[in-house]
Design a protein around this ligand. Structure first.
Ligand SMILES: [Zn+2]
Length: 442
């Protein structure tokens, strides 16, 4: 990167000019290609181009593992040409500088990688334009058992998704890895005997054997209309990338009750909340309860770097703190209402059995930081909350139970909340409590 930037002096003239020489143009093409190739190689999800008005340099930052990291700064004189170059790559109108635009770069036309980027341009203060490019994570699905789901959750998940029909949801905010998880589930179900239709926006992960449909709202092809088309197209399994409206949910319930397995994502925070949200859309509670196989809520917490994390034995106070935080979520369960002391002791005994050494000591890790990582963290670990459609839960759905009642029942049926699964992963040394708290805000 240094040699590319060294050719780009800060222009004494300061202001960016729209007249750019051919040499500079070539330089910019190389620079932008290098930025994209670097970003892809580093496993970056988004590239942010942030120009300043006047003589300010244009900053470029990368989002990696959910966190922004400064990458380079580009001289002011290249600002407009840089943004124009991005627009050309995704066929946007370079003369339109006052309205947001969105497009897509098929990078193999320009560089050595077969990847796609989703581009958004936004006019910002000072008469400049910001650009954010998302690198679509084209690639292979991750096998279900390598997804970071705990053994206990995997043993509960498999039978639920192997049912021939019903409704299964994966929920969480944007960027929590829902699509990756759904594709792992589809990978598990993908056999020559099974017809699998998917409706996605965008199609990121492709799998041989799936029939994948790119939703295109501008062309009138929305999730609801694709769903209806699937029902006429002899499906076994249907995956719907996004379920936000009553019509799509209603069609999904209908499909699952007529013998299809329907998988979908929801933008909800927790598994119990998803149930309430769907019921509040006006679904028939009996049909919904009948169809419901389960809801998997998910987060990605930053993972401690294995090269530099520093082990230590926590004192009793630190373990007590973790225990209190773990047990907060269990407060409404029958065991805790009957005898909180005994219930806490049982949790601690379970931890000792699973995580402690022969002297009964736990090992936790501190983030340190090395050349391999970003301040002690590298990659992310999934946290999961798997609520299954048990008989008791279905009964509660029919009774229009609210979140607290659904939560207690699910916990008694063996669910762990996101926070609980996160604390287990702290005790395993995969992450630390700070990173678990950061993604488990309710
Ligand atoms: Zn490190």
């Amino acid at each position: 990167m240094g040699e590319l930037l060294s050719g780009m002096d800060d222009d004494e003239g300061g202001e960016s000019s729209s007249e750019v020489s051919e040499a500079v143009e070539n330089e910019l093409v190389r620079l932008l290609n290098k930025v994209i190739v670097d970003a892809h190689r580093q496993g970056v999800s988004d590239i942010h181009i942030e120009p300043q008005p006047g003589k300010g340099r244009t900053g470029i930052r990368f989002r990696k593992d959910g966190v922004l990291v400064p990458y380079i700064e580009v001289p002011a004189s290249y600002r407009d040409a840089l943004v124009a170059r991005v627009k050309i790559m995704c066929d946007l109108d370079i003369s339109e500088r006052r309205k947001p635009q969105d497009g897509k770069i098929r990078f193999r036309k320009y560089g050595p990688l077969d990847i796609e980027l989703r581009v958004a341009t936004i006019p910002s203060a000072g008469g400049v334009e910001d650009v954010v490019m998302r690198i679509l994570q084209a690639g292979e699905p991750i096998p279900l058992d390598r997804l970071g789901v705990s053994d206990a959750n995997l043993a509960r998940l498999r039978p639920a998704i192997e049912k021939p029909y019903g409704l299964f949801f994966v929920c969480g905010p944007t960027g929590s890895g829902k699509t990756t998880t759904l594709h792992s589930i589809l990978h598990h179900l993908n056999t020559p005997e099974t017809k699998i239709w998917t409706a996605e926006d965008p199609v990121e992960i492709t799998q041989k054997g799936l029939r994948q449909v790119q939703v295109n709202r501008k062309a009138g092809l929305d999730f609801a209309s694709v769903m209806r088309a699937f029902l006429r197209a002899d499906p076994d399994v249907i995956m719907v990338g996004e379920m936000r409206d009553r019509e799509t949910v209603g069609t999904a319930i209908e499909a699952s009750l007529t013998g299809h397995l329907v998988l979908a994502t929801l933008h909800t925070n927790s598994a119990p909340e998803s149930i309430v949200r769907l019921m509040d859309m006006g679904m028939d509670p009996f049909n919904f309860a009948d169809a419901l196989l389960g809801v998997l809520a998910q987060r990605l917490a930053r993972r401690l770097c294995l090269h530099c994390r520093q082990p230590y034995h926590p004192d009793g106070g630190e373990i007590d703190g973790l225990l209190a935080e773990y047990c907060e979520d269990l407060a409404g369960t029958a065991a805790f209402r009957a005898d909180p002391g005994a219930a806490r002791a049982a949790v601690l005994a379970g931890w000792r059995q699973r995580h402690a050494d022969q002297q009964g000591r736990f090992t936790l890790y501190r983030a340190v930081g090395c050349e391999e990582c970003n301040r002690g963290y590298r990659g992310r670990v999934g946290l999961h909350e798997l609520m299954l459609g048990t008989e008791r839960l279905k009964r509660l759905v029919v009774e229009h139970a609210r979140v607290a009642a659904l939560l207690s029942a699910a916990l008694e049926d063996g669910m762990q909340t996101l926070k609980m699964d996160g604390i287990d992963k702290v005790l395993l040394g995969a992450t630390d409590i700070k990173m678990v708290r950061a993604v488990c805000i309710r």
